[in-house]
Write a protein of this length. Structure first.
Length: 277
């Protein structure tokens, strides 16, 4: 085997929080996808994704639920363990499901410990305002936290459906305020979902040290995330505007994931004219 072949076959070094921050500081985009099992975790890791989100979207994708609300902490722990067994180097983010952190900070800590002990490197929770205190409580105790603003699927019933957030001045200012509070509380990463590109850009500009990860939030974020089954065009029914079918060009599933990573890295995805609001 040639030296070049050996180098390409060599496993990459584990992606750490320090490495992600270096990438962000250097302007390199972060490519994240969801995974819920060992097989897909191994595949997307080998395809070069920087981070795997074990999302509570598994409620809809794997379980056939109509929302993420029914997903339990035990189920998230189970799927996190599965993903961690398949993963070799990607940064793993575990979702705190509905009802596992809203009661108080202590409940959030217990739930986070369960996910971390299952192998997650970071936990994610939804919402702003009251969550800042929880984020501070967790980060002070050594638990890396990813926040989540904009469309927060666990609150879909309160939001009146899957609607774009922050379209008016009051809404955009609230999002920016919540983002600053979460950043001040120690959130290292922040998913920005279904919001106008201009608002997402403002959030990133307001908080340059935070790695914002967009999904339906335009190009101005530090990285992108998609549900794996959506980008592979496996999900049935109408898909959101922000999804691109990376299987359309043919080849294997791994080829499609590699195309996604390359498109995120070089800025080809998302296309503001096609995938943004």
């Amino acid at each position: 085997m040639s030296t070049a072949a050996s180098a390409s076959a060599a496993p990459r070094k584990p992606i750490t929080l320090h490495r992600l921050r270096e990438m962000h500081a250097q302007g390199e985009k972060i490519a994240m996808v969801t995974a819920y099992d060992a097989t897909f975790a191994r595949l997307v890791d080998e395809a070069g994704v920087d981070s795997i989100l074990v999302g509570d979207s598994l409620g809809m994708i794997v379980q056939g639920q109509s929302s993420t609300v029914p997903v339990t902490l035990d189920e998230m722990v189970y799927h996190t363990r599965c993903v961690v067994r398949g993963n070799r180097s990607a940064w793993v983010v575990g979702d705190l499901p509905f009802g596992s952190y809203q009661e108080n900070r202590e409940q959030a800590l217990r739930s986070s410990v369960a996910l971390m002990q299952a192998g997650a490197h970071m936990v994610k929770l939804e919402g702003g305002g009251w969550t800042a205190e929880t984020v501070r409580f967790l980060t002070e105790r050594g638990i890396p936290v990813c926040a989540h603003l904009g469309l927060t699927p666990q609150s879909v019933h309160a939001l009146g459906g899957y609607r774009i957030q922050g379209r008016d001045e009051a809404g955009s200012q609230t999002l920016r305020k919540h983002a600053r509070e979460l950043a001040d509380a120690g959130a290292a990463m922040m998913v920005l979902e279904l919001m106008p590109s201009a608002v997402a850009r403002d959030v990133q500009a307001d908080n340059p040290g935070v790695m914002t990860i967009g999904i339906g939030a335009g190009q101005g974020t530090a990285g992108q995330v998609l549900v794996l089954h959506d980008m592979l065009h496996v999900t049935r029914g109408k898909l959101p505007r922000f999804v691109r079918n990376f299987m359309a060009e043919g080849g294997s599933v791994e080829d499609a994931v590699r195309r996604y990573v390359a498109a995120v890295k070089d800025g080809a995805f998302p296309d503001e004219a096609v995938h943004a609001y």
